[in-house]
Design a protein around this ligand. Structure first.
Ligand code: 13P
Length: 252
């Protein structure tokens, strides 16, 4: 019932030429967006170049934006500009931004509201550190992130929001959560959405897993009931691997 969404988060990788090359190789080969949503999230200065070459079935996303309309915020990007560039998605609250760029649950919430105000689809990242996982408080921690992210978000808007569960200890480490662990926390996220809204709404919200996803492990992750896609860093940089992972969604 929920359409899979496979998104590449390119982080601060790829030059303009490399990004264009990727899109020339991949844009026409991704499956129909009736079957699976395919997304690549690039660095801000090349968003327009990538949108121009995205094709019908691949969409481009930004990795961040500011929550204010405009102002003296040197180095920041506005939602208005992303909308004008034709960007479809925006990643909000990635753990790297939470850890290194002072992103908080409050700014995450403000950014989600700003994204909806400009018709951008937010991919909202949540996830625990190794310390929290080992302390056994993952469920409470992640639930709290979800509740705070959703404060003041309408039941209609939440259907267009995608959560990405990304355990920090699994990002870029090659140490993937087992499918059972990933499923357990994605289910917690869905149960939390049900508490905030209702079970029917929660059953329609898509939840991705992210953290060392690659062509070898994506099948078993997507097979889990509450995992509706993947947010992929390293392995999404390679055109062949990206296509393999998008096509994996068709098998489920
Ligand atoms: P890796 O797939 O490189 O572990 O990165 C995951 C991630 O942070 C995606 O947003």
């Amino acid at each position: 019932m929920r359409k899979y969404i496979i998104a590449g988060n390119w982080k601060m990788f790829k030059t303009r030429g490399e990004a264009i090359n990727f899109l020339l190789q991949v844009a026409d080969k991704v499956p129909s967006s009736d079957l699976v949503d395919s997304v690549v999230c690039t660095q801000a200065p090349i968003l327009r170049d990538c949108v121009k070459r995205q094709g019908d079935n691949l969409k481009v996303g930004a990795q961040n934006m500011h929550f204010k309309d405009s102002g003296a915020y040197t180095g920041e990007t506005s939602a208005l500009l992303l909308q004008e560039l034709g960007v479809t998605y925006v990643i909000i609250g990635h753990s790297e931004r939470r850890a290194m760029f002072n992103e908080t649950d409050e700014t995450v919430n403000l950014k989600i509201k700003q994204a909806f105000a400009f018709n951008l689809l937010p991919i909202v990242c949540v996830g625990e550190s190794l310390e929290i996982r080992e302390a056994g408080t993952t469920d409470e921690f992640v639930s709290n992130q979800v509740v705070k992210a959703l404060e003041g978000i309408s039941k209609e808007d939440v259907l267009d929001l995608v959560f990405a569960y990304e355990p920090i200890w699994a990002i870029g480490t090659g140490r993937t959560a087992t499918p059972e662990m990933a499923e357990e926390t994605c289910k917690t996220i869905r149960n939390t959405i049900a508490k905030v809204y209702d079970a029917d709404t929660a059953s329609k919200v898509r939840i991705q897993y992210g953290g060392s996803v690659n062509p070898a492990n994506i099948d078993e992750l997507l097979a889990e009931e509450d995992i509706d896609g993947a947010l992929i860093g390293g392995a999404s940089l390679d055109p062949e691997k990206f296509l393999t992972m998008v096509n994996a969604a068709l098998k489920h």
